[in-house]
Each structure stands twice: as structure tokens, then as C-alpha cells.
Ligand binder design. Structure first.
Ligand SMILES: [Zn+2]
Length: 160
């Protein structure tokens, strides 16, 4: 994929203005090499990133945050004329399904997502989750196979 680097440079330069902490009149300025804290806090409040106030140098992006970031990046900076990239819809989960899904550890979620059987590929595949709902005590995830795009589903037992 091709990105418009000049546009990225222009936006990054504009954002540097936001984090200028000292203006040296007639001799430039000093800026932080990081994002603006208020902005990061707002993104955290919106559920896109983990709490930015932590000692680690990286910030966690939620699934919603990552997908939104990808969509925005492609919308603003992709130079390809086709711009065929469809935004990946955020999985629609019922409140009960979301609650159950959030109880599952990060590692288990990863294992579940990467061990869904695709009947078309006749193999284990990665599910791109589209929706989730509870059927009795089972969480049923439905989506598409990352390899072939076919319909796949994954059922999660209560003990999983
Ligand atoms: Zn498949």
C-alpha cells in the first residue's frame, strides 16, 4: 500500500506544534517527541487506548482503537486511487456476549481467534469476528475466515 508521505510529514509537523513546550523567539522552538497528553487522555476516555499514564513506553490500543486508527490512516494517507479498503466493522456483540468475552484472558482470546475451523479451507484458521451472542451459556462468535473469506463460527464453552 502506498502512503502519501508528504501528507504524513505535514500532519506530524502540525501535531508537533501542539507539543511545543518552549518557543525561542526568532530561533525556533522545542517540542516533545510524543503525543499531547490531553489528547491521549481523551482517546483513553473514548476507549481507544489503555491508560496512557503508565511507565511503559508503548500504549495499548483496544481492538476498537486499532481498527479505527487503521481506517482513519487509510482514509487520510493512502494514495492508491482505488481506495478499496473497506473499514473493518467493529464486532457487534450483545451486552451479555461482550461481558463473557471480556472475562476471557488476552492469551485465551488470541488462542480462540486463531483456532477456528473453516469448513471451506478444511483447516484451522483465524476468525475475523463480526458478531457475538450468548446461546444459553455458550458464547457463539460468527465471522469470516481470514484466509478465504468464508463464513466461520466458534463456540466458547463456559469453562474456556
Ligand atoms: Zn477458510
Amino acid at each position: 500500500m502506498n502512503y502519501d508521505e508528504d501528507k504524513i510529514d505535514e500532519y506530524t509537523l502540525a501535531l508537533l506544534y501542539l507539543v511545543v513546550h518552549a518557543r525561542h523567539e526568532g530561533m525556533g522552538a522545542s517540542a516533545w517527541k510524543s503525543f499531547d497528553w490531553d489528547t491521549l487522555n481523551r482517546l483513553h476516555a473514548k476507549g481507544y487506548i489503555s491508560n496512557p499514564i503508565s511507565k511503559t513506553k508503548s500504549v495499548g490500543m483496544t481492538e476498537e482503537g486499532y481498527l479505527k486508527a487503521k481506517e482513519l490512516f487509510e482514509r487520510h494517507f493512502t494514495t492508491e486511487t482505488k481506495k478499496a479498503i473497506k473499514p473493518v466493522p467493529f464486532p457487534k456483540m450483545t451486552a451479555a456476549a461482550k461481558k463473557r468475552w471480556d472475562e476471557i484472558s488476552r492469551d485465551s482470546k488470541k488462542a480462540i481467534i486463531n483456532s477456528t475451523y473453516c469448513t471451506r479451507c478444511k483447516d484451522m484458521t483465524t476468525i475475523q469476528i463480526r458478531e457475538g451472542r450468548m446461546t444459553h451459556d455458550l458464547l457463539v462468535l460468527r465471522g469470516t475466515c481470514k484466509k478465504c473469506g468464508g463464513e466461520v463460527a466458534r463456540t466458547i464453552e463456559p469453562q474456556e
